[in-house]
Structure formats: C-alpha cells, structure tokens
Design a protein around this ligand. Structure first.
Ligand code: ADP
Ligand code: ZN
Ligand code: ZN
Length: 744
C-alpha cells in the first residue's frame, strides 16, 4: 500500500447516483486553469459506465488505497461552476437528505449535465447611427420602421432585442433599418460594465404609487444590502407587482440582478411582457417550456451577469447569479413551489436560505400568505408589509355564501347563481364560474343499487368525461368505456354524480345559448398556446362566460369580470389533510380576487352544502386573514406545522404487508434510538396512506415530528441510514420528505 505524499491530489466527485456519498478519483494530467478546485465538471468511470460528475472537494488523502483509485477520464471545465451555486446544491442535498450528485445534476441544465462546455453567448443591443438622426424621407412609406427608429432614438445607450420585441416590433423591421444604415447593433458577449447599465434602466415610465405602495417601497429601499425577509401581504390587485417592478428598478440601478420566482401557471406571456416592457435590460425566463439549448442560454446569461432580471418557476431557484441583488417569490403560498418527487425541495424555503447566503433582501408576496410565512411575520422574523386597498381604486369584491341544500341544480348551479349570472350577462359583463374538477362529473353511479364507477387500480372513483366519452382515473390515468348498464345489477339507470367543468359548461350553454362560453382546464389547454389565446380573447372584454378550474384562479387579471361563482366550496372542509382548509381558503380568496378589478365592483357567490360551517363563515364574513389567525391558533394547540417540524417517510409496494412490516421495524428501531439519545422527536405510525391503493400499489407512511429542526434532522438522517442497511428495503420504494406539504 502506497502512502500518499503531501503533494498528492485526490478529487472527491459527486456523481449522479442515488448513493449518498461522494467518490474519490485521481486527477489526470490536464488540470483546470487555476489548479484543481471544487466546482469543475469531470467525466469519470463509474461502475461499468462513464458519467459526468462535479468535483466537490480536493483532498490530500483518501480512505481508499491509492492504487485502487480510478483516474478521471476527462476534465470538462477549465474554470469552476459558481461557488454560490455549489453551496446551494450542498445545502439542499443535506437539508432534504438527497444524494449530492443527483442534486447537483438536477440543478443544472440538461446540456451541462451531458457535458456540454459552458460558453458565453452574446446578445445584440441596437442603437441609432449618425444617419438615423436625419432619416429624410427614407421611411416615408414604412410607418412601423419609423416608429421603431423613434423608439430606439429615445435610448442613447441602445435597446436590447427582447426589449424591442416586447414593444411589438419584429426582426424584419430591425433588419430593414439596419440595411438603410439608420441603426446598427453591437454584440455584448459578457456583462456590460455597470456604468453603462445604470445609464437607463427603464424603457417605460413607472406608475405613480399610491400611499400604501409608496410606504412599502420606502421600507424595502431601506435594506437593499442585507439579508431581510419581507412578507408583502397585499390583497389581490393591490399593486404588489408594481412594487416588485420598482424595487427591481433600484436593484438594477445598483448594477445587480433580480430573481423572481412565480408559480407554474403564473408565468404567463402577460406577466413576462410587463417585465420586458418596463426594463431596458435583458429579462430572461427559466421554466419547463424551454428547450435544452434555450435553458442553457438562460442559465449562462444569469451566471455571466448578462441577464438583469430572471423570471422562473420552482427550479429557477437554482440559477446562478453573478451579482445577486434581490429575490422575489410571488404567490409564495402556491403549492407548485414544492417539488413532490426526487429532490423534494421547497423553492420558497431555499430562496430564503439563498438570500441569507448572499446577504440580500427577499420579498415573499401573496394575498393569502401560507401559515408558515404568516407566523414568521407575526413572531417578528419577517417584516410584515401590508397593502390593504386595491390599486387604481377598484372596490373590493363582496363575497356571499349560497346555501345549496335542497335546491334544484343544473350542472352544479343553483337557482340563485343562475339568476345572478343572467343579470350580469344582460348587463354585458363577463362572468367566471369556478369548478374544482375537470371532466363531466366526478363519478358515475347506479340509481338502482348504488354502484359507483371505481378505478380497478386505485382506491378512487373514476371521473366521467364527455369528450372523449370515457371513464378516466385522475390518479393513474387508467381509462375505460362508459357502460350502458350497471355492471352490478344490470339497470340502465346510470347517472353522473356531481359536476365537473364539462357538465357545468354544458348546462350553461343550454341556459344561455346566445352567450360565448370559454372553458379553461387542463383538457382545453393541452396545446401550448391554447391558454394564451383564450386569455387574449377574454381581455378584449366582450361579454362571455368563463368556466374553469384553479388554472383561472392564479395570476391572471380579468378586469371585465364582475361576477364569480364558486360551484362548490366544500372540498377542503372535511379532509384528512390538516392543510386542506388553508389551501382551500387560499384558492377561494384567489378566485374571488378575480372579480371587479376595474370600475365595476365584483360579486362572489360561494355555493355550499355547509353554510353554517364556522370556517367558511369566518372566511366569507371577515376574510382570509381572520381565518388564517384562527387556523394558526388551532395548529398551535394541535402541535402541527408551523409550530412543529415534520418529516414523512412514504413507502409503497405491491403488497401492503410488505410496507407495514418494514415500516413497523423502522418505527421500533427509531423509537429505541430516540429513547437512548434522549431526543425530543415523536414517531407516529406506520399507518396506511389516506389513499392506500394507487395503481395497484399500496402506500403507507411513518411520521417524525419535533419542536426542534435539528433534532428532527438528526432523527430522519438516522432513519434514512437505517433503511439503507435493510435488505428488505430494496424490495419496496420509499422516500423521506422533509417539511412535507401533502400528507398523502
Ligand atoms: P397584484 O400583483 O397585487 O395583484 P398588480 O400590481 O398586478 O397587483 O396591480 C393590479 C392592477 O392595478 C394592475 O392593472 C396595475 O396596472 C394597477 N396598478 C398597480 N399599481 C397602480 C398604481 N399605483 N396606480 C394605478 N394603477 C396601478
Ligand atoms: Zn346497479
Ligand atoms: Zn386509478
């Protein structure tokens, strides 16, 4: 065995494997420009494969005898990936108990993961030429070109291509002006120097802020250079986005970058164009709709500092930034910020950790903040900033509960709702009908014997769809034909039960045959541009009826909608999940916020079979904030998050006994260990999951909870380690979810 000399270099490499450890390698002759450092990608032999990994540590010795270490195959990066980025990957892997190699791999764009070199690409900035100032009659017959020239002339430092596109001009017009030598362009390959950037940040003037907005912005301006979490708690339409925009302006003026995280369906072309129009600086997006090379471009633009504003969904929290200045999480309560498989991270929580690491401010915005953020604001950890009135003087919507008990229904709508819809349509307004389920009806039932269409693979009913006419399970996507007669008793009296979007649409079409009806749900928006087209039509303002699921509830402004009808508000009332009521109240409030944004006050009718339910009444009479207070005190009494921390181990197998047996042993082992260590962590279960059978696999869970995050982490790490040593554990699928959002 050779003794490693002091000069020996061992590279600890994180490879994309579920194994929670790194692997040691020997370098080859080719070293990075500044010697071996953490953060460079290397191709290494791994088992019988060859994989791309990242060096995470350069060591002087290895626990493996040096003559048994393998050598790396190739060095990919001459200089390391950003240190801050690697730090965040390490943090996430440790906190969420995931393999570092897989975490790193999922935090970079596919092309980098595949070994593509990282190269800076350039973008064009257009500016006016000498001749452009006196075009003569060169543009006499090209009015759009003349407008474009005028727009560019207003910006002595030039305009970047995306800003020009956002103003509605196209490439052909740019090329025409260049051919006439009225404008020219310059390629910027790396970050422009700060002096140039700060010259002119705004492409469009800001709105004069109202008093509340101005006060909030002034507070935010006070702490631009240190870590501070602010909860911007503002009713829908109160002008939060305008505050973000003006805060970002200040950030760009300091030569820094802004990262804006939005929910999955919040990243609409409308949102984007609002940002692109405002800033004369590159605004880039990061979301799942980008192809691999677009993704790499965005990532590189952010890393190099070339991009000023980055807007993205969940995974954008991992985008490196050359000069981070602020992070904004819009609709911070939204469930899409939590990833539900693989690395089960919460982008909002990681964003806070990241802001602290950078020493920059972070703003969490919502009309309906999560109870987690509200309680942090109440105990003084976050600064609580309020916007209580709607911007532009729109009146708040009036919300009323409608008792549906014993009332006749058409497509889920009772007489009171139908009358109200009629009135608003007659006045030429738009009406939004919110249904919490897509498809025709939540299930099909036999009126003779009570048979229900159940999924053969899941503990769930199958949803009846009209188009295509099928029964479909929304949990496993299994489909079957719709029977003509009851499979149990042969009766032909089969009826749909309850209402989905298709059925409500059908009933409304019958009742209001002259009215245009637009349905928005996952089935009608599968094509990429379908939602955008529908939204554009809605924004034109012609009288129409909108029927949709929660896709309608988020981020979109419908200034012409004056009535919102919620078909059924009872979904979250009696659920096994302790967060169901919080989520359902957020959704209802968000839907209600769509009404009456412009000059007309809005009305919101909430249909329910439980009009006396105290939570629902509190929500209707006093609003989300009052209900949230109530829910917080209940959670405190019950010892639930945010007053306690949780880790949930889920397991699944083809046989329920297999999961329960192993999880029982795991529970016993962890309890014994906790006892011995004297750690204040509670272990509950195992219990079958709320939906035991899904796709013919059985699910069960074991829950750890504690007042102390560190104790909880220690216990769940121990549990994870224990599981990895069990031969039986290989026969089932299991995972540990830290800070689980859904208890199923
Ligand atoms: P939020 O993000 O809170 O829902 P927005 O920022 O989107 O609110 O503002 C809602 C509407 O009010 C938008 O149409 C916006 O242009 C308008 N608005 C926002 N701030 C102002 C202001 N200070 N003056 C006039 N209109 C405003
Ligand atoms: Zn029957
Ligand atoms: Zn199913």
């Amino acid at each position: 065995m050779s003794t490693p000399g002091p000069e020996r270099v061992i590279l600890a490499v994180a490879v994309p494997s579920p194994l929670k450890r790194v692997f040691d390698y020997l370098p080859d002759r080719d070293a990075p420009d500044d010697g071996w450092v953490a953060g460079v990608r290397v191709r290494v032999p791994f088992g019988r494969r060859s994989v791309i990994g990242v060096v995470v540590e350069v060591r002087g010795h290895s626990d493996v005898p040096v003559d048994r270490l393998r050598r790396i195959e190739t060095l990919i990066d001459r200089s390391p990936l950003p240190g801050d980025w690697l730090w965040l990957c390490r943090f996430a892997a440790r906190y969420y108990q995931h393999s570092l190699g897989e975490t790193i791999s999922s935090a970079m764009p596919t092309l980098l993961r595949q070994g593509r070199p990282l190269e800076a690409r350039s973008q064009a900035r257009w500016f006016i030429t000498e001749r452009g100032h006196t075009p003569g009659d060169a543009l006499a017959r090209a009015p759009r070109q003349a407008e474009l020239l005028a727009a560019i002339a207003q910006h002595p430092r030039g305009l970047v291509t995306p800003a020009i596109a956002a103003l509605g001009f196209n490439r052909a017009q740019l090329n025409a002006l260049r051919d006439k030598q009225l404008i020219d362009c310059r390629e910027e390959s790396v970050a422009a120097p700060a002096s140039e950037r700060s010259a002119r940040t705004l492409a469009e003037p800001t709105l004069p802020l109202n008093r509340e907005q101005a006060a909030v912005l002034a507070e935010l301006h006070q702490d631009m250079d240190r870590f501070q979490v602010s909860l911007l708690h503002g009713v829908t339409g109160s002008g939060k986005t305008e505050v973000y925009l003006q805060l970002i302006e200040a950030v760009l003026d300091r030569g820094r970058q802004a990262l804006v995280l939005v929910p999955e369906i919040g990243l609409t072309p409308q949102t984007l164009s609002r940002f692109r129009k405002r800033f004369n600086a590159p605004v880039i997006t990061l979301h799942s709709g980008l192809n691999d090379s677009e993704r790499l471009d965005s990532w590189e633009a952010a890393r190099s500092g070339r991009a000023a504003v980055l807007i993205g969904t969940r995974s954008a929290v991992f985008t490196p930034m050359a000069r981070p200045g602020v992070i904004i999480v819009d609709e911070e309560h939204d469930g899409s910020f939590k990833q539900q498989d693989s690395l089960r991270y919460h982008a909002r929580d990681l964003a806070i950790v990241r802001a602290r690491h950078h020493g920059i401010p972070i703003v969490l915005g919502s009309a309906t903040p999560s109870l987690e953020s509200l309680s942090r604001a109440r105990d003084g950890h976050y600064r609580h900033l309020r916007l209580n009135t709607r911007a532009g003087n729109a009146a708040p919507a009036i919300l009323s509960l409608v008792d549906l008990r014993g009332k006749p229904q058409r497509g889920g709508l009772g007489p009171q709702a139908l009358t109200a819809i009629k009135e608003h349509l007659q006045a030429g307004r738009q009406v939004l009908v919110f249904v919490n389920r897509r498809g025709f009806a939540p299930t099909l039932t036999c009126h003779q014997c009570g048979w229900l269409a159940e999924c053969p693979q899941c503990d769930a009913r199958m949803t009846l769809h009209r188009d295509p006419h099928r029964l479909i399970c929304h949990h496993c996507e299994q489909q079957r034909g719709v029977p003509d007669a009851c499979p149990k008793c042969g009766s032909a009296d089969l009826r749909p039960q309850g209402a989905g979007t298709e059925r409500t649409e059908e009933a409304l079409q019958e009742a209001f045959s002259d009215t245009r009806i637009l349905r928005i749900d996952r089935d009608t928006t599968r094509r990429r541009d379908a939602l955008e087209k529908t939204l554009t039509e809605i924004h034109k303002g012609a009288c129409c009826l909108l029927v949709g699921t929660q896709m309608l509830a988020k981020g979109h402004h419908f200034p012409h909608v004056t009535l919102v009808v919620v078909v059924n508000a009872d979904g979250g009332l009696y659920s096994a999940d302790f967060r169901a009521l919080e989520h359902s109240a957020q959704l209802l409030t968000q839907v209600a916020g769509r009404a009456g944004r412009a000059q007309h006050p809005g009305r919101v009718l909430v249909q329910t079979l439980h009009p006396e339910d105290p939570s629902l009444r509190l929500l209707a009479e006093e609003g989300y904030d009052a209900l949230a207070e109530e829910l917080l005190s209940e959670r405190r009494l019950a010892g639930l998050p945010p007053f306690r921390f949780m880790a949930l181990m889920r397991g699944e197998s083809a046989r329920m006994e297999a999961v329960i047996e192993l999880f029982t042993q795991a529970g016993d082992a962890v309890r014994a260990w906790l006892n011995e260590r004297g750690l204040a962590v509670h272990c509950l279960g195992p219990v079958p999951a709320p939906m035991e059978r899904r796709q013919n696999r059985y699910h069960a869970q074991l829950l750890l909870s504690s007042d102390k995050r560190s104790a909880l982490h220690e216990a769940s790490a121990w549990l994870d380690e224990w599981m990895s040593q069990q031969a039986d554990a290989r026969r089932l699928r299991y995972s540990i979810d830290i800070d689980p959002q859904e208890m199923c």
